[in-house]
Structure formats: C-alpha cells, structure tokens
Write a protein that binds this ligand. Sequence first.
Ligand code: ATP
Ligand code: MG
Ligand code: MG
Length: 376
Amino acid sequence: SDLIVILGHGQLARMMYLEATQLGLNIVAVNANTKEVVNPVNKSVLPLSVDEAFSAAVAITSEFEHLPLELVEKAEATGKFLPNAKAIAAGADRIVEKQLLAGLNINNCQHVIIRQLDDLEIAKAELGERIILKTSRDGYDGYGQWRIFSDQDFVNIKQELHSHNFDKMPLVAERCINFQRELSLIGITDKNGNHLFYPLTENHHADGQLVLSIAPAPKVTPELQQKAEIAYKKISEQLDYCGVLAIEFFQVGEDLLVNEIAPRVHNSGHWTQQGCATSQFENHIRAVAGFPLGSTKVLSPVAMINYVGHAKPKADLFAVPNVHLHWYDKSVRPKRKMGHINVVGNTAEQLLQTVRQVKAFIPEGLAKNLAPLLNQ
Ligand code: ATP
Ligand code: MG
Ligand code: MG
C-alpha cells in the first residue's frame, strides 16, 4: 500500500506529507491526543483506526517526541517503528538524554537532576549563579523552563516549586552556558546504518524559541563539522537509529556542547527545502521507507525566518525574488509557529540584501529577530 503513518499531526507531518506524495507514497498522521487518524495537510479525520493504519503501514514514524507512552509502545510492537521507542525516550526525557550523552562521553552542559526541592541547593553550589532549570519531560520552544540568574530568582523559584510533584516530574538544572553561538547538525541514517549530513546551521533564539537559522553556518572549520558528525554517529549508533536526527549544540571556543537531541526532522533543518538537493523531509521519508537517501549537497545559502504568532503576510511579499513562504494553516496564537520563510541567495551578500527587503513585509515583532544577520 506504500502507506506511512506519522505519530503527531503538526507542521512537521504536513511537510513530510508534501514531500512523500511526490515519491508516490501515501501518508496519514495520528492525532496523539484524540488518537484520530487524519490527513496532515487539511486535518480531515480519515475512516481508519490507529490499529488499522498500523497494520496497513510499511513504516511508522514520528514528528514529535512528547507522545503518550502507550502509543509509542503500540507502534514499537508492530516492528515497523522508525526510529524506535529508545530514540523517542532519549529525545523526550532530559534525564534519559543526559545519561545517554554521559555513557557516550559526549560533552554536554554541566547539570544536576532535581528530584526534590532541596536539590536546588546542590545545583546552586555546583553550577554557580546562572542556572537554567528545565522540566525533564514535555518542554519545547522554551516552555517548561525557568532562568535563575539572581538570589531573588532563586528565592522565587523555590517558592513557586513548593508544591511541585517531583516524583511525577523531576527537573534538570543546567549551568547557563556563555556560548559563542548555537549550531545544529541535521543528519540522516538509513536502514543499513549509513549516515549523511547537512552542514552545521547557525541558530538564533528569542524567548527560548528558534526564530532564525543561517545555513550553512558561517565560519565553520572542517574540524568543527567533524566534531558534530562524530557526536551524531555515536548517538545514532547507540540508538540503532533510522531517519533524520537533529542535534543542538552550543559552540564554546572550538568545542561543541550538546544542548539536546531531537529524534525527528527539526525546525533548524527547514532551510534544506530550498537550500539542498534533497530536503530533510524527503530524506526522512526515504530513510524510513527503506529507499536510498538523496544527496545533501548545498545548492545555495539560506536564511530561515520563523513566522511566529502572527497572521499570514500580505502577498506583496511574493514580489521579492528568492523568497519562499511555507505556511502551516494553523490558527494564530502568541508564540505559535505559524509558518516560515526561506530566503535564498546565490551569494551571502545577495542573501543579506533580500533579507533586508523581506524585513519590510513582516510584523515589527518578527523583524527584530533578523538583527543577528543584519547587524553583523
Ligand atoms: P526546542 O523547541 O528546541 O525543543 P526546548 O524547549 O527543548 O526547545 P532548549 O533547547 O533546552 O529548549 O532551550 C531553548 C534555548 O534556551 C536554547 O536553544 C538556548 O538558547 C537556551 N538555553 C537552553 N539551555 C541553556 C543553557 N544550559 N545555557 C545557555 N542557554 C541555554
Ligand atoms: Mg527540546
Ligand atoms: Mg532546543
């Protein structure tokens, strides 16, 4: 039937669908909350149960790691789930993730696991004045995080967490890293364990959320790219991985610290839609379908601008050449990812010029996110 089932029905499933249909594959998505099987583009509910979809599928994959455990276990039990439950768990639970990285000797942020309120004192003593506290599960786009930068913050957070159920939701306290910049590596592993990589991407966040990617990241030495790929290979092999795996890094000098991993296609890989011979979405589908991977060759530099919390821009934007809007068709909410714009340039200079033009067509609140690129 060439059916692939995706757990989760957001924009990542939508973009995988759009690419997979061109490969002659059929994709359905599972709404992880309602367990309805839906079309990931128009979200219409299909006359199919999860069990029926799973038994008809050639592969089951995921667009999100924060999934109900029973759904992951059901997918795993079919023997068709790629990546696998182990990879989902490592992406979904920061404690499992830290253990994975420690076991592989991969540099990551110094941290203390907080299993009771008093552990915060240990964190303060070990990690210093500036701490980022994160829920161990369910956080994304900077949700479920507290920044503790002063004694007053520390007092406030202890108060706020007074009745927190630490057994149900342990926390992870990390040293706040004074990094030079944030980079991510998007790689793909096929069913035989062969890896392909895109070049490192430079990422900029606002309020804990990705707002701008610059790709390929400027000033990346071959040694730095290699360090990232070595980390990827260790993680991918440990997890018996298949599909796209994203790793977020902090660059400190010429070293990389892993911030977190994502067992799926990733927002910082959206630039590959216009920037590369084969996008991350197509390559993920190729990998889980058991097809040969497509070339990750870069065709041109891209600036990927996240369109957060605002209604669709006027079509005047399309008058600017080399600008590609990808809209997700969701209702507007503050901080919600509504779409993204890939700006393509033949040269870095041309890219800058086009981004300057785009700035005039997007809301003030988003235009300010372009500063890292325009004020460099
Ligand atoms: P995502 O949507 O990427 O899954 P998330 O909610 O899981 O986000 P993180 O990636 O852990 O959040 O953190 C979001 C951002 O906050 C990071 O990209 C970085 O800018 C900042 N940040 C997180 N941890 C640290 C740290 N230990 N030191 C400095 N900055 C940090
Ligand atoms: Mg995350
Ligand atoms: Mg992150």
